[in-house]
Design a protein around this ligand. Structure first.
Ligand code: RP5
Length: 165
């Protein structure tokens, strides 16, 4: 099965990415986690992206904050789909990273999820891999069904606790 790469620009991003790791683990998708910076280690970023397809990766998740160029810098060096996660930082609440990640020039796409949207990044990566993996598609369908059941149960509880009919 193809692997997912979770690349973060700094170890200070790590805590916000646990949702991505937990989600990939729950879906039984192998993943590697790396700290590679578009600005502080630009050669490593290019080298990783160039080698990724040959090393068995199917999707790259790139998380960075502030002037967040990591996802775009990786995308520029691979044909693999790149999912960008803009990270919330202390100064501009992640708006800086959101704009830096989402506003890619035509010809070089990055699939950008919400600020700190680690779980959706993992799910999007899983959906991409599931296009050629029927067993994974089944696990994703189960994930959706479990999510639906949880919401239906909350609906039932809140209906009973708060309605005044
Ligand atoms: C970005 O700058 C990183 O992705 C991180 O979100 C932000 C701050 O990095 P540190 O100064 O905490 O290492 O490149």
């Amino acid at each position: 099965m193809k692997k997912v790469a979770i690349i973060m620009g700094s170890d200070s991003d790590l805590k916000a990415l646990t949702g991505a790791m937990d989600t990939l683990k729950a879906l039984e998708i192998p993943y590697a986690v790396r700290v590679i910076s578009a600005h502080r280690t630009p050669e490593a970023a290019a080298a990783f992206a160039r080698a990724a397809a040959g090393e068995g990766y199917g999707v790259i998740i790139a998380a960075a904050g502030k002037a967040a160029h990591l996802a775009g810098a990786l995308a520029a060096n691979t044909l693999l789909p790149v999912v960008g996660i803009p990270m919330k930082s202390s100064t501009l609440d992640g708006l800086d990273a959101l704009l830096s990640t989402v506003q890619m020039p035509s010809g070089m796409p990055v699939a950008t999820v919400a600020i700190d949207g680690a779980v959706n990044a993992a799910l999007l990566a899983a959906q991409i891999l599931a296009l050629s993996d029927g067993a994974l598609a089944g696990r994703l369908a189960d994930y959706r069904a479990a999510q639906r059941a949880k919401v239906e149960e909350k609906d039932r509880q809140i209906f009973e606790a708060y309605s005044n009919l």
